[in-house]
Design a protein. Sequence first.
Length: 282
Amino acid sequence: MKKLADLVIKLGNVDRRWIFIIIAIVVMYPLFKPLGLPIRPSESSQEVFNTIDALPQGSKVLLSCEYGPSTKPEIHPMAIGVLRHLFEKGHQVYVTCLWPDGQFMAREALEQVAENEYNLTYGEDYVLLGFRPGNEAVIKGIVSDIRKMYTIDSRAIPIADIPMMNGITNISDFDFLFSASAGYPGTVEWVQLAADPTGIPMSTGVTSIQVNEVMPYVDAGQIKGILAGMPGAAEYEKLIGKPGIGTSGMDAQSIAHVVIVLFIIFGNIAYYLERQRSKKTF
């Protein structure tokens, strides 16, 4: 028993750099090889899925990207998951960006899903309209006359030359709106200036820290569900049956939390044994 106590005390005084190395390994492993830990979708994630799943085939969907590299781990898996769901159902996707960084995030997601996974045709199945400065003014422009706001797309192709833009003049010509948002301008502005005034159904995916700000709109029925942070992204991947970086990210986060708790428990045991030994010495 004494030898075991000695070993625990010795391990309790291990160089903290070893702890950092262990945590790094524990976090990295699930990112390369997902563990498949159980995921139970929340009601709000289920509502987003149900709303998109119920759209008639060939619907026109406006997807707005308002996030950048700093919030990519939370929002990007949502955008990818929603794109997979939309393309799987045969919908046309129109992508706008209220943030400059959003255009790069949107292009990356479209290249991965639309081009590499589904081999879709640009201008017929999807289009990246891109970023325009102006914050709320951009939303108001899309609501009233999208052709005045966007004369060319992100590839400098005239809007009139894009087949899927035929018949699209304002927000009323879309069947659904999804905002992948990390802050201002984003979900709240889309609700206040587009979804509420026009009645277009809308869902959103936001960072975990934004959930409390957006949830009142969900409770009021102004937003059809919400994907909340990385857990929301993982839940959506579960619902569409296509695990991705959201799922592996949650695996890494969950295992890291377990290991940290175990280190805390072990450290306290080592501290207690060392204190008891000190008392006996005196």
